[in-house]
Design a protein. Sequence first.
Length: 87
Amino acid sequence: KVILDVLKSNVRLEEVYHETAKHAFEFCRSNKRPQEFKRLCETLRKNWQDLQKHTGKVPLHQVDPRNADTISRTLETRCSQLRICIE
């Protein structure tokens, strides 16, 4: 959670953020940790909502939630989350 909170808003670390989330999903699945998985999902949801709160021009160093690459990465991460959830 702490790692994701550090990585969440830096555009240069966006890919690392999503890879870390996917590794955390896999960890929760392989170690049968449903409570941690739920908390992880809540953290990701909150981080996305926090990104959506910003209006106007987004600083260069910050993740832009309207960027096509950001949306694509987020959807890939959410699909991974869903796959783990239904297993």
